[in-house]
Design a binder for this molecule. Structure first.
Ligand code: ADP
Length: 630
């Protein structure tokens, strides 16, 4: 037997392969199983073309066998096998793919064969975990069997051998364990089973594994139970992926079970989206929306992504590029035959196909959410509860690039309808003459609803959208308007509903009392930038609003950000109702005792703080003032 050298380039490549192409050593099993699956596909194809009916698809399988004593792992298939020449060509020259050759030689339109391999390197990944690899193979239609053997870069040998039946056995002798790598793991049933499940679950032929089991044996005249171990062959892979099966053949329960098992959720998903695109780039996708916010979802640690398969073989566990950030709650799998993979199947060479798929998925998810919103409101509102915040973030992020795509999906509580409404619904129910979309921000619907600033609008029959998330004001700023109607905060100085005469009246009154109002402002010692008379208030004495860009809600939001960020403060304005008793009391006191008037102003400011759900600077002083006035 003569030892042959790999071609020079091959040697380098083998070295590179062993050391760097793959990030995870465990994928060697996936590569060998994919080769076996290809070999079976080739056999079925060849036999069918030759009119050989003795070969049936149903008899084909792949078998994985671990031998702990000899530290070997054998991957066998009853596929097409190789003759001497093919062994030489396919395994003697790295990066020559017999599979690619086969694919190129195939009749056009031979669709049933979906060969996975085409780079001619997968086989060598075995050397990442093996000291020695032996291939015993017999080609379909031939009578000779051959054995190929190699200990890596050193070269290989080929010699005739005996083998029953066609097909190939790949025997890999695992390396000795080191500190960092426990190669012996690959002999454990548990590891093998999970690797097969993880990477090769949807290989179309059964992958059989010998599993050690134990059973009770009856021993006559003895009460002691006795057990014996035995091995049983088990088919590990599920073979046909759910997403490859026809829609009508898959039950809801199967879809739900698959989701729970795969994505470790206890609850059924809220919604399932199945996509089947046949086009210049064909793909199938099975997507899920969880029924509740996953733990840690709204943190940086949560990573988005879909599982990516190429012809039933998993190539990426979490492909971020497939799903945009604003739909990051979507989980699922995508499978396409049209991806150009790079040599290690780990990265995609051309992202064009991926981008096409991703754009399509984004469109479909949006359509599905819109469908729920229109046809199954209850379900949509549940979804909104879990992931509405995500959509809001989607609107403000990336400088608003996605706002138009997402704005129709927003829901806000409406003061008039007393339920969640879309912006479109708000717009459609606006009474004639209403110029703005009114909104109010606060901690809760109940709190916002009790704000004095809402009274006049309610009286006019205008609905106000109540916003209770910190991000809401940013959403409103980002949107600016909806269907040509601008958003207006109820804190705005001018709500656009004032009676012109009343407004003039108030302005006049403000002018008359300017000295007192400025005095109150000054005695509040920088706490407010102005004290004004308001035409917004009806039954309440005071309210707090803000001048300028920063609203009170924004100030609250910024104050919750930990660290020594910029101290962002709103320019507070104390608004006083000129028709309220409190105002007359101020006027009277102003005539008699200016100091007392200042204290009354202080009391009113504190009340405005309470109404706005802001903390009092000095609660004890507040009660004292209250008692003094009483
Ligand atoms: P690829 O699968 O990308 O073509 P590999 O290095 O994995 O590259 O395999 C090289 C070639 O060896 C394959 O194209 C195929 O022709 C042949 N081969 C590998 N494994 C088997 C097998 N189990 N049965 C038959 N032929 C095989």
């Amino acid at each position: 037997m003569r030892k042959k050298q790999f071609k020079a380039e091959s040697k380098k490549l083998l070295d590179m392969m062993i050391n760097s192409i793959y990030t995870h050593k465990e994928i060697f099993l996936r590569e060998l199983i994919s080769n076996s699956s290809d070999a079976i596909d080739k056999l079925c194809y060849t036999a069918m073309n030759a009119g050989d009916t003795s070969i049936s698809r149903a008899d084909r399988y792949i078998k994985v066998r671990a031998d702990k004593e000899n530290r070997t792992l054998t991957i066998s298939d009853n596929g097409i096998g190789m003759n001497g020449e093919e062994l030489e060509n396919n395994l003697g020259v790295i990066a020559r793919s017999g599979s690619l050759q086969f694919k190129n030689d195939m009749e056009p339109g031979a669709e049933d064969v979906d060969i996975i391999g085409q780079f001619g390197v997968g086989f060598y990944s075995a050397f990442m975990v093996a000291d020695e690899v032996t291939v015993i193979t017999k080609k379909y239609g031939g009578d000779e069997a051959f054995m190929w053997q190699s200990v890596g870069a050193d070269g290989y040998s080929i010699e005739p051998t005996a083998k029953e039946g066609v097909g190939t056995d790949i025997i890999i002798k695992l390396k000795a364990d080191t500190e960092d790598e426990k190669y012996g793991e690959y002999l454990e049933t548990y590891t093998l089973r999970s690797l097969i499940k993880k990477y090769s679950d949807y290989i179309r032929y059964p992958i059989k594994l010998d599993v050690e089991k134990s059973r009770k044996v009856d021993v006559p005249d003895s009460d002691e139970p006795k057990y014996e171990t035995y091995t049983e062959e088990e088919t590990v892979n599920s073979m046909v992926p759910l997403w490859q099966r026809k829609k009508e053949d898959v039950t809801e329960e199967e879809l739900n079970e698959f989701y729970k098992e795969k994505f470790y959720d206890m609850k059924d998903p809220a919604d399932v989206i199945r996509i089947d695109v046949d086009g210049s780039i064909s793909y199938k996708a099975l997507l899920y929306i969880p029924s509740a916010t996953p733990i840690g979802y709204y943190t940086k640690e949560y990573k988005r992504g879909l599982e990516l398969y190429s012809s039933g073989v998993m190539i990426m566990e979490r492909c971020e590029d497939l799903i945009p950030e604003h739909f990051r709650f979507v989980k699922g799998v995508v499978d396409s035959q049209d991806l150009s993979l790079n040599i290690s199947r780990e990265l995609l060479q051309h992202n064009r196909q991926l981008r096409t798929i991703a754009a399509n998925i984004e469109k479909k998810v949006k359509q599905e959410l819109k469908r729920l919103l229109d046809n199954d409101r209850e379900k949509y509102e549940k979804f909104w509860e879990s992931f509405g915040l995500q959509l809001k973030y989607g609107i403000v992020s990336e400088y608003g690039a996605n706002r138009d795509a997402l704005k129709d999906l927003l829901l806000y509580y409406s003061s008039r309808e007393k339920k969640l409404q879309t912006l479109k619904e708000y717009f459609d129910y606006m009474p004639e003459g209403q110029e703005y979309i009114y909104y109010a921000c606060g901690d809760s619907v109940a709190r916002v609803d009790s704000l004095p600033q809402t009274e006049q609008l309610k009286d006019k029959g205008y609905a106000i959208l109540y916003m209770t998330d910190e991000v809401d004001e940013f959403v409103v700023n980002m949107l600016g308007e909806f269907e040509g109607k601008k958003f207006k905060s109820i804190n705005d100085k001018d709500l656009g509903i004032e009676d012109e005469d009343e407004k003039k009246d108030t302005e006049l009154k403000e002018e008359e009392n300017k000295v007192m109002l400025d005095y109150l402002r000054d005695s509040l010692n920088g706490k407010v930038s102005a004290v004004r008379l308001s035409h917004k208030l009806k039954s309440h004495p005071v309210c707090l609003s803000a001048d300028g860009e920063i609203s009170l809600e924004m100030e609250k939001y910024f104050s919750t950000i930990p660290g020594d960020g910029p101290d962002i403060k709103a320019q507070r304005v104390l608004e006083i109702n000129p028709t309220h008793k409190a105002f007359y009391m101020l006027l009277d006191t102003w005539q008699l005792d200016k100091d007392k008037c200042a204290r009354l102003g202080e009391l009113l400011y504190d009340q405005a703080l309470l109404i706005a759900n802001l903390p009092l600077d000095d609660p004890a002083r507040y009660t004292d003032l209250l008692w003094e006035m009483m």
